[in-house]
Every structure is written in C-alpha cells, then in structure tokens.
Design a protein around this ligand. Structure first.
Ligand code: DQA
Length: 142
C-alpha cells in the first residue's frame, strides 16, 4: 500500500471563507473528505495535514523520510519564496508533487515563480479542488 502525505501550507485552513472567487466554496475539511474517499478506492494510505508555520512544514517533510512514498504539497504563499521548504524536499529525496488550486501562472506575476517546482516531479495548478484528486492519481503513477 502506497503511503501518501498531503501537506497544506498557510491560509489553506481558511478555504471556503477566503477569496471564494479564486479558491472556491469548499473547505479544507471537504477536500480532505473527498481525498480520503478516493484514497480508500485506490487503496492508498493517506495522511492530510495543514500548517501555517514554515518550520512545522519542514518538520513534517523531515519526519516523512523512510515512512512516506510520495508527498503532495500545496505550499500556499511559501511556494514563491521558501528556499527552506525547497531544501527540505530536496534533502529527504521523496518524490513530491506541487499542487495549487488556482493557476499560479495566470495571476499576479509574483505567483508565477515557484522556488519549489524545480525539486518536484511536477506541478498541478488551476484545477481547483479536483487538483487534489488528480495529484493522488499522479502519486500512483510515479
Ligand atoms: C495557492 C496559490 C498561492 O499563490 C497562494 O499564496 C495560496 C494558494 C493555490 O492553491 O492556488 O495560498 O497555493
């Protein structure tokens, strides 16, 4: 059974309240529920976490060493400047999928730059909450 960890970064706990025109109506709990249902169908051992703190996200990545097969990460705004999260992903050598609800390439210019992308297998961006399901399928294809 493949072990997949989903890490959600800052402000994603406010999904369903925050900028609904961009991020949609669903809460993070709704997304977690859908993902868990899909994981059960696909026979995946899924963990789902959220943190607003860079250090906590880095700790989660470190703790995954030797325990998790694939990481799916929506780093939120850390996407655009956290070299520390990038280095953590690189260090643990766990195949990682970068995920965004919105299409970061179609928004403000500062969002189109991801410092995380070069250490990831690939990026899923712009499919809203469906991106989480797509990422889970992608995790099984790595
Ligand atoms: C986001 C995109 C980021 O630019 C933003 O800071 C977020 C959410 C997304 O899922 O579309 O917090 O990662």
């Amino acid at each position: 059974m493949k072990k997949v960890l989903v890490i959600n970064g800052p402000n994603l706990n406010l999904l369903g309240i925050r900028e609904k025109n961009i991020y949609g109506e669903e809460t993070l709990e709704d997304i977690a529920r859908k993902m868990n249902a899909e994981a059960e169908k696909l026979n995946v051992d899924l963990s789902f976490v959220q943190s607003n703190h860079e250090g906590e996200i880095i700790d989660k990545i470190h703790e995954s060493r030797g325990k998790i097969d694939v990481i799916i990460i929506n780093p939120g705004a850390y996407t655009h400047y956290s070299i520390a999260i990038r280095d953590a992903i690189k260090a643990v050598e766990i195949p990682t999928i970068e995920l965004h609800l919105s299409n970061i390439h179609a928004r403000e210019e500062f969002r189109s730059k991801s410092v995380i992308a070069p250490v990831c297998v690939g990026q899923i961006s712009g499919f809203g909450s469906a991106g989480y399901i797509l990422a889970l399928h992608a995790a099984l294809m790595i």
